[in-house]
Design a protein around this ligand. Structure first.
Ligand SMILES: Nc1ncnc2c1ncn2[C@@H]1O[C@H](COP(=O)(O)OP(=O)(O)OP(=O)(O)O)[C@@H](O)[C@H]1O
Ligand SMILES: O=P(O)(O)OC[C@H]1O[C@](O)(CO)[C@@H](O)[C@@H]1O
Ligand SMILES: [Mg+2]
Length: 343
């Protein structure tokens, strides 16, 4: 039975991370008598042996807290001499750590898979507001982000209607438009634009015009990774993230003047940004995160390294990290199901 376990949170933060940590620590300490440490700032803490002790007291009241008490980062393994697997194994052994629980998104799970293949005892817990992680029906954080984005749509509608304007809300979603799809559907958007399904400017303007002609304020929801035909990459003018990828954001500001010019309708853009990632998790996300935290301890107890806990229907199951596909995209039929309501 692994006795001392290290936990880390990696990638963007996400409401529910603390609930996972609490669920895992409570189950592990109370049921299996395990001891826990928390690596600070994701993989960095594991690589540099920068960790804090996690006991029952340190996770008290955490189910409802946003962010992560451990901190997170996009600093990863393999990039420095200390980040090589043999050095990581030696660091873990030196500190008496028998296994690692990595809570993160698709990137974190890819890194965990590589580390497992290189001999590191590691299991995964899926998190991401983007809901783009394969292998799990939903990831916690998504429901919270959708709630925040839906409220933003409701608010933009009243000001849009008062001023007879077209309103555009930009939400997160680098490769997948799940937040846009769900929030846009919940908020009754007149068009939803997602990375998986390009729409032409002509089509977008036709929807906007038809809504305006009915005397309503057109409401468009766009995911940050959406591209117009002819754009080779998602809009980015904010430099690179900690892993060297372009930081997205701002496509709504690009679209607004184009739509205004073509339709003659005054158009305003709002970029929701990190507001959708902060704050308290919804009760759905608290329950999902807590269950994943509880159940990942079973993987650890049975030394089922190289696996990730996941939601399948209403059950928590586990899947091999090796079997995860690149991105869980919005399927065409899910998009076309709501597209018939656009305009
Ligand atoms: N293929 C990879 N090889 C090695 N390390 C990786 C790999 N992919 C990701 N990582 C490491 O894991 C970190 C977390 O991944 P990433 O930044 O993609 O966030 P994520 O876990 O997908 O979460 P989210 O997308 O929700 O923010 C990266 O910043 C990087 O340090
Ligand atoms: O500003 P940061 O922390 O790099 O995060 C932005 C990215 O994080 C995500 O929200 C995933 O958490 C992506 O949709 C977005 O591109
Ligand atoms: Mg990701």
């Amino acid at each position: 039975m692994p006795r001392r376990i290290g936990i880390l949170t990696s990638g963007g933060d996400c409401p529910g991370l603390n609930a996972v940590i609490r669920g895992a620590v409570l189950k592990g300490t109370e049921v299996y008598g395990q001891e826990f440490v928390g690596f600070r700032d994701g993989w960095r803490g594991m690589i540099e042996a920068d960790f804090m002790s996690l006991d029952r007291t340190s996770v008290r009241g955490l189910a409802k807290e946003g962010g992560t008490i451990l901190g997170t980062s996009r600093i990863g393994p393999y990039r420095t001499p200390e980040g090589q697997p043999d050095r990581i194994l030696a660091t873990l052994a030196r500190n008496g750590i028998d296994g690692v629980i990595a809570i993160g998104g698709d990137g974190t799970m890819r890194a965990a898979h590589l580390l497992h293949a290189d001999g590191i005892p590691i299991v995964g817990v899926p998190k991401t507001i983007d809901n783009d992680l394969d292998g799990t029906d939903y990831s916690f954080g998504f429901d919270t982000a959708v709630s925040v984005a839906t409220e933003a749509i409701d608010r933009l509608r009243t000001t849009g209607n008062a001023n007879h304007r077209c309103m555009i809300l930009e939400v997160m979603g680098r490769h997948a438009g799940w937040i846009a799809l769900h929030a846009g559907t919940a908020g009754g958007a007149h068009a939803i634009l997602i990375p998986e399904h390009p729409e032409s400017l002509e089509q977008i303007c036709a929807w906007v015009t038809s809504v305006h002609e009915r005397g309503r304020s057109p409401m468009i929801v766009v995911a940050e990774g959406f591209t117009l035909p002819g754009m080779t990459e998602a809009h980015s003018d904010r430099g690179l993230d900690g892993f060297g990828r372009p930081r997205l954001g701002g496509i709504a500001e690009v679209l607004a003047p184009m739509i205004a010019e073509r339709t003659g309708i005054e158009t305003r853009a709002t970029v929701l940004g990190h507001i959708q990632r902060g704050g308290v998790p919804t009760s759905f996300d608290r329950v999902l995160a807590t269950r994943l935290g509880i159940d990942v301890i079973e993987l650890v107890a049975r030394r089922q390294w190289g696996r990730m806990v996941a939601l399948r229907g209403t059950d928590i199951v586990s899947v091999a990290l090796a079997e995860l596909q690149e991105t869980k995209s919005v399927p065409p039929e899910r998009y076309h199901e709501v597209r018939v309501l656009f305009g």
